[in-house]
Design a protein around this ligand. Structure first.
Ligand SMILES: Cc1cc2nc3c(=O)[nH]c(=O)nc-3n(C[C@H](O)[C@H](O)[C@H](O)COP(=O)(O)OP(=O)(O)OC[C@H]3O[C@@H](n4cnc5c(N)ncnc54)[C@H](O)[C@@H]3O)c2cc1C
Length: 455
């Protein structure tokens, strides 16, 4: 059976152009609810504040905690963070991505390329802990908007609406219920969105892909200087992605390293916090010998391991119901590969708020315009994330070598052939990379490429 279809960064940046210019303060007095204080809801609240709108944010958990593991913020995501005036604070909690290296199931190098500004993009690609980033957004939102805009421990269970506004049905942590009125509502309530379930009950049934992820972090000495993402394995057996997400983590002097192992698995519930047992997966990486990293020891030394089934959420053909709109994972839950979900949510936030500014008296028109600007492109990414993208090179090498080690990578997958595959990706990228407008990839062999050949 075919396994994990990594696509990672594929076409994440192509819809950057769909984001509109920020700036300016609106005269609208719309009273808008944001449902969910995940990265998407918080970014939406910050964008609203930036444009002179005041949100009310409802969040079901009574206290926000830095949950999750690593996310890979693409150059367009860093641009969004920069535009909110948070670049330096973001840099302080994240790691600059410099190199991206691909290996077969024996730890032999297949391909390498530079990342972010190191390959000519105008913004950095950075790795960060999802929870740390969410807490940064929350801290800044409290400072800029004020604590009274946030109602924690209050879940939104559904809505009604008429020509003049939306009634949200609230469930408090203590069991109380309440009904509140707003001019409009933006639902950023994540993969299990109650609002999406009300809008599209027929889409609520999950479809397990057959692939399970084990997501973990390990506190360790940095490898390769601490700025490299590794893509390892034969996708017919198992795959792994490894990257650092924090230097000198909590003053320990060590690096927090994020890793994700994928293979076929049993269906489990779709829950970000489901604790996993990595011991059954470690033997799948018996053959992997990376010169500077013992991947099995890294997994054994995990601080935390979460099990996450890859569930297919089909793309929606509409995100809007009158004065209510979906955003972030609620609109386009996708496989959690390569930070595409979070990066797309950042773009959603900017565009929906810009449309509210442009339609100050008509939230429905604003939401329809946001849907038109964003949905199609994001749905393409969602579908692409189910495929392999440029990670296909690992499968090509496995097939060309019958799953055996090789003597000379140039004879198996020439650099020029791999470059052509990566160029397709870079050509799709919407953010500027001066001098490479046609998307030319610039792969290279690292110092380990020759020594990792078959011995
Ligand atoms: C606990 C957790 C851990 C995660 N870990 C990772 C990770 O390690 N790697 C990764 O790639 N992605 C992770 N994600 C998903 C990632 O955050 C999203 O893909 C991306 O950031 C888009 O964020 P979002 O705000 O749309 O969704 P989410 O981050 O899921 O945020 C949704 C928010 O809405 C709240 N909410 C849900 N239902 C309601 C309701 N009915 N009423 C009010 N509030 C509600 C949730 O508590 C949550 O705070 C995680 C999500 C969560 C919730």
């Amino acid at each position: 059976m075919l396994l994990a279809r990594f696509s990672y960064t594929i076409i994440v940046e192509i819809v950057y152009d769909l984001g509109l210019q920020s700036g300016g303060v609106t005269s609208t007095t719309l009273d808008i609810a944001v449902i969910g204080a995940g990265p998407a809801g918080l970014l939406t609240a910050l964008r609203m504040h930036q444009q002179g709108l005041r949100p009310t944010v409802y969040e079901v958990v009574p206290e926000l905690k830095p949950l999750g593991v690593g996310v890979d913020i693409k150059t367009v995501g860093t641009a969004e963070i920069d535009d909110l005036g948070l670049l330096e604070e973001f840099r302080a909690i994240s790691v600059d991505a410099e190199d991206s290296i691909f290996y077969n199931h024996f730890g032999q190098e297949i391909y390498a390329e530079k990342c972010g500004v190191h390959m000519g993009y105008l913004h950095e690609q950075r790795f960060v802990h999802r929870g740390t980033l969410q807490m940064l957004f929350y801290k800044v939102a409290l400072e800029r908007i004020g604590a009274d805009a946030f109602r924690l421990g209050v879940g939104v269970t559904g809505y009604d609406q008429d020509e003049t506004g939306v009634t949200l049905h609230l469930q408090h942590a203590d069991g109380r219920t309440e009904h509140v009125r707003h001019d409009a509502a933006i639902a950023a309530d994540g993969i299990k969105s109650a609002i999406r379930a009300q809008m599209f009950p027929e889409m609520a049934k999950p479809h397990f892909s057959g692939i399970t992820m084990w997501r973990g972090t390990t506190l360790m000495e940095p490898f390769r200087g601490g700025h490299t993402i590794l893509h390892i394995g034969d996708p017919n057996i198992s795959s792994m992605i490894v990257y650092p997400i924090a230097d000198d983590f909590e003053g320990t002097g060590k690096t927090l390293v994020n890793w994700v192992a994928e293979t076929n698995g049993e269906e489990t519930i779709e829950d970000w916090n489901q604790v996993g047992d990595i011991s059954e997966v470690i033997p799948l990486f018996d053959t992997v010998k990376i010169p500077f990293l013992d991947v099995q020891q890294m997994m054994r030394d995990a601080r935390e391991v979460y099990l996450f089934p890859l569930i297919r959420h089909d793309p929606l053909d509409n995100w809007v119901d009158g004065r209510v709109v979906l955003l972030g994972d609620a609109a386009h839950a996708m496989y959690p590969r390569g930070g595409n979900g979070i990066t797309q949510a950042m773009l959603d936030a900017r565009v929906v708020v810009q449309q509210l500014v442009e339609h100050p008296d008509d939230p429905h028109a604003a939401f329809v315009a946001y849907d038109a600007a964003r949905r199609e492109g994001v749905n393409r990414i969602l579908m692409n994330m189910r495929g392999e993208g440029y990670e296909v090179i690992r499968r090509m090498v496995a097939e060309r070598t019958n799953g055996q080690p090789f003597d000379d990578i140039e004879a198996v997958l020439p650099l020029a052939e791999a470059d052509a595959i990566f160029s397709i990706y870079h050509a799709l990228v919407g953010s500027p990379r001066p001098g490479h407008e046609a998307g030319e990839a610039t792969g290279y062999r690292t110092e380990h490429a020759l020594t990792s050949a078959k011995e």
